[in-house]
Design a protein around this ligand. Structure first.
Ligand SMILES: Cc1cc2nc3c(=O)[nH]c(=O)nc-3n(C[C@H](O)[C@H](O)[C@H](O)COP(=O)(O)OP(=O)(O)OC[C@H]3O[C@@H](n4cnc5c(N)ncnc54)[C@H](O)[C@@H]3O)c2cc1C
Length: 361
């Protein structure tokens, strides 16, 4: 028998990285009851310092998140270390419950401290107030009137031995975040497909010594070769088989033919993998990501406010796209938080008006 749900809150925020904590800050300051459920594995965890974040440039990622947790705690936001393993909207016809046993009482009338009932105005296509429920790996069940999905993404790297171990240190994902730190060094770009040409030309901004390793993932066409040659970017064909490391630093890339390309850092594009249990459990619409002709994963589709295809559910940060760096993720979380609060205000007004009509003699 599953545990009974913990006290329902206005908003559950799934994921306590930059986007989730930022949404929680907006919502806590709006006097909403907010619980953040966070597995504690942010995307940039292996990076020693975060860059390109105004006023916090060079701060370790763990310090940024610790400060964020302190800030949201001031407004009564609960941050719970927990992994969400299932999520669903309870108040819909045909909901069969976690075990297919049928949905219990939806708890719509007491789903949050503000107490909007099921007579509340429809929001964003919802016929009545949504009731959203998630389950955590430790068996806990949590309910809320709104969800903010901020579970980020997992970076899937090419299957090259040693690459993952150096991720965030000298195997890098983004020149805006880490290009400055490796300026004028020997740099390589490990291709996963055609987007590598764009990456190599961006990386060239940081060093005159750039090698594009095609890794048998694609062959640059004549135009691309001309662009790369014009900027002095070498193109090296052949499969990459390993990274060379000495004294805990990258020194080169080993090719299948035995050649070694000396380099101090390598940039590589990842594939964005989402948390299927959350995204597909809720039935969120996703978009296939195509980057210059390369399939690079999928992202939750949102409108300009961060609202997803499912009533009551917003999303922010890397779950909506791998390109959002910290500043963009914080901004998206803040915006989503404000719109979630506005939707609750609308529902609360409708519930209050309905209550007045009911009680009028
Ligand atoms: C190696 C690397 C270095 C980077 N460096 C920089 C940089 O210097 N500057 C910059 O601006 N950007 C940088 N980025 C990008 C930055 O990491 C992202 O912008 C940022 O992490 C996005 O925030 P987020 O909140 O969307 O996701 P995340 O920070 O990944 O946070 C998501 C949180 O949700 C949790 N979570 C996931 N699934 C669940 C679940 N089922 N239940 C509960 N919790 C869950 C995760 O454990 C995590 O704590 C870097 C990225 C990488 C890969």
């Amino acid at each position: 028998m599953p545990d009974a749900p913990l006290t329902p809150v206005d908003v559950l925020v799934l994921g306590g990285g930059a986007a989730g904590l930022s949404a929680a800050l907006s919502l806590g300051r709006s006097r909403r009851t907010v619980r953040v459920l966070d597995a504690g594995e942010p995307r940039n965890a292996t990076s020693p310092h975060a860059h390109n974040l105004l006023t916090h440039d060079g701060t370790p990622p763990s310090a940024l998140l610790a400060a964020g947790r302190d800030e949201v705690a001031r407004y009564g936001v609960e941050v719970v270390t927990a992994r969400v393993v299932a999520a669903r909207r309870v108040d819909v016809p045909g909901d069969v419950g976690w075990d297919g046993a049928g949905s219990e009482d939806t708890g719509a009338a007491d789903a949050g401290s503000s107490g909007a009932g099921s007579d509340g105005a429809g929001w964003n296509g919802a016929a009545h107030e949504p009731v959203l429920e998630v389950r955590t790996a430790d068996g806990g069940t949590h309910r809320a009137r709104r969800l903010v999905v901020a579970t980020g993404m997992r970076d899937v790297l090419p299957d090259v031995p040693g690459l993952r171990e150096r991720w965030g240190r000298d195997v890098l994902h983004c020149p805006y975040c880490h290009g400055w730190e490796v300026r004028d060094r020997r740099l390589a770009v490990l291709a996963t497909g055609p987007r590598a040409v764009h990456a190599a030309l961006l990386v060239r901004q940081h060093s005159a010594d750039v090698t594009l390793l095609t890794h048998d993932a694609f062959a640059p066409d004549a135009e691309q070769r001309a662009d790369l040659a014009a900027r002095g970017v070498r193109v090296v064909p052949g499969r990459v088989t390993a990274v060379r490391v000495e004294d805990d630093a990258l020194t080169g890339i080993l090719l299948a033919d035995g050649d070694v390309v000396p380099c101090d850092a390598v940039f590589v594009g990842s594939r964005a993998v989402l948390d299927d249990a959350v995204v597909d459990g809720l039935g969120l619409q996703t978009t296939a990501l195509d980057f210059l002709g390369e399939d690079v994963g999928r992202a939750v589709a949102v409108d300009a406010t961060g609202a997803t295809s499912v009533p009551g559910v917003w999303a922010a940060g890397n779950v909506t796209g791998p390109q959002h760096a910290l500043a963009a993720s914080i901004a998206a979380g803040s915006l989503a938080g404000a719109h979630v609060n506005a939707s609750l205000v609308t529902a609360d007004v409708a519930a209050a008006r309905a209550a007045r009509i009911t009680t009028r003699p």
